[in-house]
Design a protein around this ligand. Structure first.
Ligand SMILES: C[S@@+](CC[C@H](N)C(=O)[O-])C[C@H]1O[C@@H](n2cnc3c(N)ncnc32)[C@H](O)[C@@H]1O
Length: 230
């Protein structure tokens, strides 16, 4: 689904417009299901040890992973409506990822999927400052970013700066921005162009992809980064 320049002034405007179709559009085909499953696996692995306090799903969208969170925030009211219906056990609020409506030092963990790519560096720094403010010492922040190295090799064709998937970072850049955090672990997601592989070959290629991501993590399309509050 493409950006409509007449109505989509911010990423949140875009997601507001496509809220009802988002899940099927992004995660309805086998490629999307692969990404969804891989992210879910990483999230579950990172949260295996029970966080010492509530868990926040930042930019929760339609609540794809909000079953793993106590709280969810997003800017698009349409996405939040779907999330509330889908996850009645989670509390949702409309808020910006750069201004969390939470008290200092109250969260056990926070995770944030598919948002960083829409943010300018200044916004990303503010997001990390909010995470540092709201997480308890030892709390985890999980975030994914499009990989810088991969983008250098395969530049993104878009004339809309900092729009979908436009920003890219490597782990060292994220660590430099995330004051008050140390690196817990980093993983890669998507090395091969799985969407171009015939469906019957995908399971085999998906296993190969996982192996390549482990061996050549900086080259993966997405960097999955777990940061720990000092
Ligand atoms: C690609 S969706 C990801 C949703 C969900 N995290 C997932 O992985 O399915 C990006 C989400 O970020 C939200 N968003 C965009 N800018 C935001 C901001 N500044 N603060 C909070 N949410 C924002 C959008 O409304 C949208 O729901």
């Amino acid at each position: 689904m493409s950006v409509d320049r007449t109505t989509d002034h911010t990423p949140a405007d875009y997601y507001e417009r496509i809220a009802a179709a988002y899940r099927e559009d992004r995660f309805g085909n086998s490629y999307g299901r692969f990404i969804d499953a891989a992210e879910r696996r990483w999230l579950e692995a990172c949260l295996t040890r029970r966080p010492d306090g509530p868990v926040l799903d930042l930019a929760c969208g339609d609540g794809r992973f909000s079953d793993r969170a106590d709280l969810g925030i997003d800017l698009a009211a349409g996405m939040l409506r779907i999330a509330r219906d889908a996850q009645p056990g989670t509390t949702f609020a409309r808020a910006d990822a750069t201004a969390w409506p939470l008290a200092d030092g109250t969260l056990g963990a926070a995770f944030c999927f598919h948002l960083a790519m829409h943010l300018h560096d200044a916004q990303l720094r503010t997001l990390f400052a909010e995470a540092a403010r709201c997480l308890k010492p030892g709390g985890l922040l999980l975030i994914d970013v499009p990989g810088r190295l991969r983008r250098r090799l395969r530049p993104h064709r878009s004339d809309i700066a900092h729009w979908h998937g436009h920003s890219a970072h490597d782990v060292a850049e994220i660590l430099a921005m995330a004051q008050g955090f140390t690196l817990d672990c980093a993983d890669g997601l998507l090395m091969l162009p799985l969407h171009r592989v015939p469906t019957r070959w995908r399971p085999l290629c998906a296993s190969l992809d996982r192996l390549l991501c482990r061996l050549l993590r900086p080259l993966a399309s997405y960097q999955l980064i777990a940061l720990r509050r000092s």
